[in-house]
Design a protein around this ligand. Structure first.
Ligand code: MEV
Length: 386
């Protein structure tokens, strides 16, 4: 039993001291202390200690590599960090089915993120919105003053939108500062800019800025990818027809759509995690986008081509970066970018979308044919040494 959770200024202690403090409080056996200590070498301990607070160890997640991917004509090995069995094998298998048809084609993606400023106590929301639009250039200039490095590299605030939001505590104005974050995920730049433009918004509208924060519903940073999956490799026209029926089920049933999209995120998040990006940001964005302007629905669409092959398309916001944050700090994230030969945030988001599509096709095929448990249990048995 934990004697106390009030461990004082744990953050001021060294990693070793912290392990001792936790071991004492939890009465851990010496073996557990050694396990925590050996979970990271001294160099890694230093890095991890700078990344989050109160570090006492490293939690290992398997890093797998998915094979067979061709994306926009380029061969790519895909790094996937996931604890779930079958995911890497399934992605590789679906990528193989797309390979003979040219692989995945992904559209260009701009790194546009939204910084939201919530204005409350606004007398006339319509007039405030007109004033904001009339002062768009001034707002953009103030935002861009905050990040000369981003602006110099060609990024920065691009435009300002404003919307009226009716609530039970009165009308509010939702200001969107749309910012090109280039190769960054952008949360820091966006949050800074949102905070800095808030006083100006207050001056010109008379409203009171309350929340100033990035939106994870990154509708201006949507990655789109498509591929043709070979009919024979899928298991024949009956399987293709069953996949279409399975997708139609998800199109009309939210319980199924949630699981359908979870399967997509099995692949997408594994790549996001392997590159040290924020899985929660991408997942929040994906699920919100699935319900953007319509009832919650699948992030993929399918049809059958004249030769009977399965044509799949995916569309989801992918807010990821290759500079800054854990991506820069974590050596494994850097290595994964290298394995995947990622040259920018755009390429990474195209890979994430393609893997999401592959993962979805693999799950649908298995579900519509032999059922998901067969392959899953085979890999599970391997784990148990059976
Ligand atoms: C399991 O992690 C993911 C699946 O449930 C996805 C799906 O049902 O489409 C197999």
């Amino acid at each position: 039993m934990v004697t106390t959770s009030g461990l004082g200024k744990l953050y001021e202690k060294t990693v070793k001291e912290r392990i001792e403090a936790v071991a004492g409080a939890c009465n851990l056996p010496p073996g557990a202390v050694a396990e925590l200590e050996s979970s990271m070498d001294p160099a890694m301990a230093k890095i991890l200690d700078l990344m989050v607070e109160n570090v006492i160890g490293a939690f290992q997640i398997p890093l797998g590599v998915a094979t067979n991917f061709v994306i926009n004509g380029k061969e790519r090995l895909v790094a996937m960090a996931t604890e779930e069995p079958s995911v890497v094998a399934a992605a590789s298998n679906a990528a193989r089915m797309a390979r003979s048809h040219g692989g995945f084609v992904a559209d260009p993606v701009e790194s546009l993120m939204i910084g939201q400023v919530q204005l409350v106590d606004v007398d006339d929301a319509g007039a405030a919105i007109a004033t904001i639009k009339g002062n768009e250039k001034r707002i953009i200039d103030v935002a861009n003053e905050q990040d000369p490095v981003l602006v110099k590299a060609g990024g920065g605030a691009r435009r300002v939108d404003a919307f009226k939001v009716d609530t039970s505590v009165g009308a509010m104005v939702d200001v969107h500062v749309v910012i090109d974050c280039l190769d960054a995920m952008g949360a820091n730049a966006v949050n800074t800019m949102a905070e800095k433009v808030a006083p100006l918004l207050c001056d010109i509208t008379g409203g009171r800025p309350l929340l100033r924060i990035i939106s994870n519903l990154a509708v201006h940073r949507v990655a789109r990818a498509r591929a043709t999956f070979d009919k024979e490799l899928l298991g024949g026209s009956e399987v293709v027809a069953a996949v279409i029926q399975a997708v139609e089920f998800a199109n009309h049933d939210m319980y199924r759509a949630a699981t359908h999209n979870k399967g997509i995120m099995n692949g997408a998040s594994a790549v996001v995690r392997a590159t040290g990006n924020d899985t929660r940001a991408v997942e929040a964005g994906a699920h919100a986008y699935a319900a953007w302007g319509h009832p919650y629905r699948p992030l993929t669409r399918f049809r059958v081509d004249p030769a009977g092959n399965l044509l799949g398309e995916i569309e989801l916001p992918v807010a990821v970066g290759i500079v800054g944050g854990a991506t820069k700090a974590h050596p494994m994230a850097q290595l994964c970018l290298r394995i995947m030969e990622i040259d920018g945030a755009q390429t990474l988001s195209q890979v994430v979308a393609s893997v999401g599509l592959a993962q979805n096709v693999a799950a649908l095929r298995a579900l519509a044919a032999e059922g998901i448990q067969k392959g899953h249990m085979k890999l599970h048995a391997r784990k148990l040494g059976r």
